[in-house]
Design a protein around this ligand. Structure first.
Ligand code: ZN
Ligand code: ZN
Length: 63
């Protein structure tokens, strides 16, 4: 498994998640919330975007 550098905090991670809102590859630490859309698809939002009300509500209403 390649090691990915988190684009938010620069930590190394083997399991990056992609922030749905800003598109950054982020480590588990930077994920504020995750949500399942379908069986195979889940989305994550980073702590930065979570602090932005507009982005947060968009994430919450994503289907
Ligand atoms: Zn991080
Ligand atoms: Zn983000």
């Amino acid at each position: 498994m390649p090691i990915i550098i988190c684009e938010r905090c620069s930590a190394e991670t083997h399991e990056p998640e992609k922030c749905k809102s800003c598109g950054k590859k982020i480590c588990r630490n930077c994920v504020k919330s995750m949500k399942k859309l379908h069986k195979l698809e889940r989305i994550a939002i980073c702590k930065d975007c979570w602090g932005d009300m507009a982005k947060r509500s968009k994430f919450k209403s994503a289907r």
